[in-house]
Design a protein around this ligand. Structure first.
Ligand SMILES: [Zn+2]
Length: 468
């Protein structure tokens, strides 16, 4: 049986005709040959054809999927395609009809899916190129350790002694995005390996054995042009690789490129995960959302700033976004949180002192037997300190102090009495307005309401009860 003519895998949007050469099925651990797939069979079969437009899994690129159809409503869904010994095995199951050896069929690759894989593969080449440029001082130089291109993402493993800094990751990403903006043509040239290897910038695994004729994929300049003067240093500015993958024909088709992760997978080996097109656009959009959120949080005045910043930290962890910017934002946020905590501490100190002063002034000016004070920025501790001062100055009177805390959706209320007035009953009623509780004795009480929107009502109640 002649090997599969797989040259049509480099064509797009074709529906070539082919003939079924062999049908195989797995039986336990054996592969057995069959003469036909019967109607309505639900088993997994493998079809070998004389020709194929399906790209079989190779070189880090996942295989094509699609359909093979034939006479009398035969339709076979290809879920995987694998190459072995020159044959392409189309693995899948029958959707409808039946087929037998020798039958003519039509091949239909899912090109929409391949159109998502191709930019990821081409950008893997650009990533390889950009890494070598950014890590140009590394010795031994950056080399590919593995790659994986599928419809969702690209993955590239390479040697490096330590992790990349956010600035280095950003630089790599910028180089790749610049190549997309430049709308460079992707050239593929079949040429003898002994000739191709003269191009100074050619990237290949020299440890591997290559066929006599190889496929050179170069971005921005053709191998034909380079081969006119293969040792020119000029070609160092281009990505040139030996590769059998299916690529886009212009870098612009990748639309956008975002590195989502850079990590260690083994000693001396790093992994970059990146995306293109819609996934990259989404990542940059997420970054803009969190950046906007941070700008807004930084503009918040007062104690609400801290929860706003913490909300940003949450978003930063939850959204998928370019990792270089993410790491830089993390550092910035940490600094801002630290600064804000200090600011709040200072603010509270100043506000507390001011509240003490104002409380004493208001109490001194009042001739009521029970003085009700509504004061801003008074926390529980400061309220007690203020009451200490007030009762010391006017020991025969009663004092009720209230303060709203909308940032924490609560309000505090505390009271002392030097008269027969039961301030505990008042504070309990005031706290209950906001669904809260209070405790103490008739001459000393403290409590809190759990709803700051009920504050005005609570103050009114305190005033009414204090006059009774
Ligand atoms: Zn490749």
């Amino acid at each position: 049986m002649a090997v599969t003519d797989n040259s049509a895998k480099y064509a797009w949007h074709v529906k070539p005709q082919a003939t079924v050469q062999a049908i195989v099925r797995r039986s336990g651990s054996d592969i057995i040959f069959a003469d036909a797939i019967p109607t309505d069979s639900t088993d997994i079969f493998g079809l070998i054809l004389d020709k194929s437009s399906f790209y079989p899994t190779a070189g880090g690129q996942v295989c094509d999927t699609g359909f093979i159809s034939g006479a009398n409503g035969f339709s076979f869904e290809v879920i995987a395609a694998n190459a072995f010994a020159g044959y392409v095995l189309h693995i899948g199951k029958v959707v409808s009809g039946a087929v037998a050896k020798g039958a003519p069929v039509v091949l239909e690759v899912d090109y929409e899916r391949r159109a998502l894989i191709a930019p990821n593969h081409t950008m893997t080449h650009m990533l390889n190129f950009a890494l070598r440029k950014v890590l140009s001082n590394q010795n031994p130089p950056v080399d590919q350790r593995g790659s994986q291109n599928d419809p969702e993402k690209l993955r590239f493993d390479f040697n490096a002694r330590k992790g990349l800094t956010p600035v280095q990751i950003q630089k790599v990403q910028d180089i790749v995005n610049k190549s997309i903006e430049s709308a460079l043509t992707i050239h593929t040239t079949s040429v003898e390996f002994v000739v191709a290897k003269n191009i100074t910038s050619l990237r290949c695994m020299f440890s591997e054995t290559y066929p006599k004729v190889v496929r050179v994929v170069s971005i921005g300049e053709s191998a034909e042009t380079m081969l006119k003067d293969p040792t020119s240093a000029e070609w160092q500015a281009f990505s040139v690789e030996l590769c059998g993958g299916t690529h886009i024909d212009n870098t612009a088709k990748a639309q956008q490129f975002a590195i989502l992760d850079e990590s260690s997978i083994a000693s001396g080996t790093r992994r970059i995960v990146a995306v293109t097109r819609e996934n990259a656009r989404q990542a940059f959009e997420n970054l803009a959302i969190v950046q906007g959120q941070l700008d807004e949080a930084l503009g918040v005045k007062g104690p609400q700033k801290l929860p706003a910043l913490k909300e940003c930290s949450k978003s930063l962890q939850n959204y998928v976004m370019p990792v270089a910017a993410k790491k830089q934002l993390e550092v910035r946020l940490k600094k801002e949180v630290k600064k804000t905590i200090k600011e709040i501490k200072n603010f509270k100190k100043k506000a507390g002192a001011l509240a003490m002063k104002k409380g004493q002034e208001l109490a001194a000016a009042s001739d009521a037997a029970c003085v009700v004070l509504d004061i801003d920025n008074l926390d529980g501790g400061t309220a007690n300190k203020l009451l200490d001062k007030l009762t010391k100055a006017q020991p025969d009177k009663a004092f009720i102090v209230l303060s709203n805390d909308p940032a924490n959706n609560k309000y505090t209320c505390a009271a002392r009495s030097g008269s027969s007035l039961d301030v505990n009953a008042i504070v309990q009623a005031v706290a209950a307005v906001g669904g809260g509780r209070a405790g103490g004795k008739p001459n000393r009480s403290q409590g809190a309401g759990k709803d700051s929107s009920k504050y005005a009502e609570a103050v009114q109640l305190a005033k009414t009860m204090s006059k009774a």
